[in-house]
Design a binder for this molecule. Structure first.
Ligand SMILES: [Zn+2]
Ligand SMILES: [Zn+2]
Length: 459
């Protein structure tokens, strides 16, 4: 009996989608049939289940409906499985799966299945559009799971990557779609989400990248149900959907407002330190924080004791963090809260289409995708974390155990082999050393200073 060891690391739905492709291309063999519907039905219950066109024929995959040992489910590949299915599965097996006399055990992950890895790189020349969408609206909690599954299965068909968060207070997504599927993506989301739930006061905020369509910037698709649309550290203490929205200013109105008020009005940047390090509004208060929760705490401290009738301006990348924090401020009694509609992404588009206007924002707009940012002005306001030369290229350490987010100039990139310093370079070169067992921390982002000390020590 060949055992699949690596399959537990693989997303089951990717496998099913891939298997489905293999099945549909082999309809003529009449050995089996697994329809989209039956795949969907079986995933919904957390295990594979093959359905056959005729019940008298052997199923390709037999499922074990009872939990297996460690509480995971498993299923079996029938010896009669077609060679292409076998060879696809063979890459995940520790021993040969070609033996025709055995079943193939496939341990199945029990937690909700929400990830899709495209089977390979996109076709050469394929252009992709990066876009975001969010809306703050009440979605019944008991519908979230089904909604997640429905969105997931529709988007997988279009080879869309990125991430989608669903919560009882709305939807927030950041996706990358092949350009020929952008319309299908939009209508899918209108069908499944936007036309079904009340849009709230702000409607749906779409934001298309300011850069021309290009490469795929996300490796996989993730659709997740969250407790809160944006984790603000105040779960259960207030309700986003019950609070009043701040005033939304279009980029042109926001620009005009800044022209009028200069630095006389409080302008709060609701983004994290690594975002405001490479680009910001000239008069904004930079918040030295790593998470949105910390940012909210800092904002509370900043506004403590202030006149609640005083005007407060807020900005963020695409608007969602302001839609949340703006409502929070309104709920706390601040009466004049204005936010930049569509965020800095939208402002960047306004500046690019009006080249004569001097931008109030300088530098790069950090984005949470493979590009790590969109340039808005030519100003470089940060420096390399390893040599201090002016630079604003954010990168992740090439040592996958480290993955630290930091700023690196081209010459340090060469010198340190795309890593954050001597230990990680050693690991990348040799596969050994203390940095080979570094615990990976998704939130690790370096602040100016520490790396400079580390690399100068090594020099
Ligand atoms: Zn450098
Ligand atoms: Zn590193």
């Amino acid at each position: 009996m060949a055992t699949c060891k690596k399959l537990s690391k693989l997303d089951l739905r990717s496998t099913i989608v891939h298997l489905n492709g293999l099945f549909s291309s082999q309809k003529t063999t009449k050995n089996f049939s697994l329809t989209q519907h039956s795949a969907w039905w079986s995933v919904h219950r957390g295990y594979f289940s093959g359905s056959t066109a005729s019940p008298t024929k052997s199923p390709l995959i037999r499922s074990q409906h009872k939990p297996y040992k460690d509480n995971s489910f498993f299923c079996r590949l029938h010896p009669g499985a077609a060679p292409s299915v076998r060879s696809f599965l063979a890459q995940y097996t520790s021993s040969s799966s070609s033996s025709s006399a055995s079943f193939l055990d496939l341990p199945v992950i029990k937690r909700p299945l929400i990830r899709y890895n495209p089977p390979g790189p996109p076709p050469p020349g394929q252009k992709h559009q990066t876009l975001t969408l969010y809306t703050i609206t009440a979605i019944p909690e008991d519908e979230l799971g089904d909604l997640r599954d429905a969105i997931f299965l529709r988007l997988v068909e279009y080879d869309i990557t990125g991430r989608i968060y669903l919560a009882k207070d709305g939807i927030n997504l950041h996706l990358c779609a092949p350009i020929q599927h952008v319309e299908a993506l939009q209508s899918t989301l209108r069908d499944l989400v936007l036309d079904r739930f009340d849009h709230g006061l702000d409607g749906a905020i779409w934001n298309f990248s300011t850069e021309a369509p290009g490469e795929r910037v996300f490796e996989k698709l993730k659709v997740m149900v969250k407790k809160q649309l944006v984790a603000d550290g105040r779960l259960g203490q207030w309700s986003v959907t019950d609070a009043e929205a701040p005033q939304y200013l279009e980029p042109s109105e926001f620009h005009a407002r800044l022209d009028q008020v200069g630095d006389k009005v409080l302008l709060i940047d609701m983004r994290n330190h690594f975002e405001n390090e490479v680009g910001r509004f000239k008069t904004s208060v930079k918040m030295d924080c790593t998470t949105f929760k910390e940012n909210m705490d800092l904002m509370d401290a900043l506004l403590e004791g202030r006149d609640k009738k005083e005007e407060v301006l807020i900005v963020c990348t695409g608007g969602i963090r302001c839609s949340v924090s703006g409502r929070y401020l309104k709920q706390r009694g601040f009466t004049d809260v204005k936010m930049l509609k569509g965020g800095i992404t939208s402002y960047g588009r306004y500046i690019k289409s009006n080249p004569g206007i001097p931008s109030h924002f300088i530098g790069k707009n950090f984005t949470f995708d493979g590009r790590r940012g969109e340039r808005i002005t030519e100003d470089v306001i940060s420096s390399c974390h390893q040599c201090h030369a002016p630079n604003d290229h954010l990168t992740n350490c090439a040592n996958v155990h480290c993955h630290l987010l930091f700023i690196q100039c081209p010459s340090c990139q060469e010198k340190w082999k795309h890593t954050c310093g001597p230990e990680c370079r050693h690991t990348v070169e040799t596969g050994t050393g203390p940095a080979a067992s570094k615990p990976y921390d998704y939130h690790a982002q370096v602040r100016p200073g520490p790396l400079l000390a580390e690399v100068s020590k090594a020099a």
